[in-house]
Write a protein that binds this ligand. Structure first.
Ligand SMILES: [Mg+2]
Length: 298
C-alpha cells in the first residue's frame, strides 16, 4: 500500500486550536476516538471509502472485471504471441518461440486488487490518524484482509486452466509471511503453493517500481494478464509522474485494457492521488488539499 498522508497533517485544527497530531494519542500511544468536531467537519476520504465498503456498484465492478479476465484466459492461452507484459515483449522480440514455450501465468497486485484492506482506512478516519508504515504493518500482521468480490473465483479458474498465479505487491518483505497467511485464509493462495509472492525489498533491486519484478517473472513465465488497482501495476512510469502523464499513458495503451490489463477500482489512495499533490506525502494537509483542488476541471 502506498502512503496515504492526507488524513491529518502534523498540526490539525480542533475547535479552532492547532494541536499536534500526537496529542490525539493517549498516554498508552493508542489512538483516541475522533472528537465530535472532527466528525462534524467530515473528511475528504469519507465518500470514497463508503462507496468501496457499502455500495452494490463496487461488487458489480469488481465481479465484472474478474469475470472478463476469466473469459480472456482461453484466448490468451491459445495465442502464443499473447503477452500482457511490456518488458517481456521487449525481452523476447527476436525469439517469440522461446516466449511461447514458457509456462503461462498471471500477475496480480495484492492490496485493493485481491485483498480489501479498507478496514485500515476506516480506522484512520475514525481515529483521526494518517497513514503510518508502522500501523500499516501492524494491520497487515492481523491477517484480516478480505477477498475482493470475484477474486477467488478468478484464482480458481486460473488453477483449473493450469495458469500460475503470481502476486507482486508493494508490501514490504518484512510482512511477507503475514501476507501469505492472509492470502491462504481468503482462498487466494493454497497452503502448499510455492513462493509466488514477490514483495518490495525482498531483493535489493525490487523497488516500488514493479518493473524489475515483472522483468524477473517474464523470463520464467508467459504473462497472460496483469490485474491491479494502480497504473504502476502495469507499466513503469518513472519518478513522480504528473496526472497528465498518467492519463496519457493509460490512453496510449488503450488496446490493453479489458484484454491483457484489468484494472480494479480504488478511489481511496494510489498514484492517482499522490500525483495530484506532486508526491509530497509529508506536506501539510492544507497544502495537499489546495493542490488537489487546483486539479478540478469545471
Ligand atoms: Mg494495490
Amino acid at each position: 500500500m502506498l502512503s496515504k498522508c492526507v488524513l491529518f497533517s502534523a498540526m490539525i485544527l480542533i475547535g479552532g486550536i492547532g494541536l499536534p497530531a500526537d496529542s490525539l494519542k493517549s498516554a498508552s500511544g493508542a489512538p483516541q476516538a475522533a472528537s465530535k468536531d472532527q466528525e462534524a467537519s467530515g473528511h475528504e476520504d469519507l465518500d470514497a471509502l463508503l462507496w468501496l465498503q457499502t455500495s452494490a456498484e463496487f461488487i458489480a465492478i469488481t465481479r465484472q472485471t474478474f469475470r472478463l479476465a476469466e473469459m480472456n484466459l482461453g484466448s490468451a492461452l491459445v495465442d502464443p504471441t499473447w503477452s500482457a507484459c511490456l518488458e517481456q515483449q521487449r525481452m523476447f522480440a527476436k525469439q517469440p518461440g522461446a516466449m511461447a514455450a514458457l509456462p503461462p501465468a498471471v500477475i496480480l497486485d495484492v492490496d485493493e486488487t485481491v485483498l480489501d484492506n479498507s478496514a485500515y482506512q476506516a480506522r484512520l478516519i475514525a481515529n483521526g490518524e494518517e497513514f503510518d508504515p508502522k500501523t500499516w504493518n501492524l494491520f497487515v500482521q492481523e491477517e484480516s484482509g478480505i477477498a475482493v468480490p470475484g477474486a477467488v473465483d478468478f484464482i480458481e479458474a486460473c488453477r483449473a486452466a493450469r495458469v500460475t498465479v503470481l502476486y507482486v505487491t508493494n508490501r514490504e518483505y518484512e510482512v511477507e509471511y503475514a501476507t501469505r497467511r492472509n492470502l491462504v485464509k481468503t482462498g487466494l493462495l493454497q497452503e502448499n503453493d510455492p513462493d509466488v509472492l514477490l514483495t518490495k525489498n525482498e531483493r535489493k533491486q525490487w523497488t516500488s517500481d514493479k518493473k524489475s519484478r515483472r522483468t524477473h517473472l517474464a523470463s520464467q513465465y508467459r504473462i497472460l494478464m496483469i490485474l491491479g488497482d494502480d497504473l504502476n501495476d502495469f507499466v513503469s512510469l518513472g519518478k513522480k509522474p504528473t496526472p497528465e502523464k498518467r492519463r496519457k499513458t493509460a490512453t496510449r495503451y488503450s488496446d490493453r485494457w479489458g484484454r491483457q490489463w484489468m484494472a480494479l477500482p480504488n478511489p481511496n489512495y494510489g498514484g492517482w492521488e499522490r500525483s495530484l499533490y506532486q508526491w509530497e506525502d509529508r506536506a501539510a494537509r492544507e497544502a495537499k488539499l489546495k493542490l488537489k483542488r487546483s486539479n478540478l476541471r469545471d
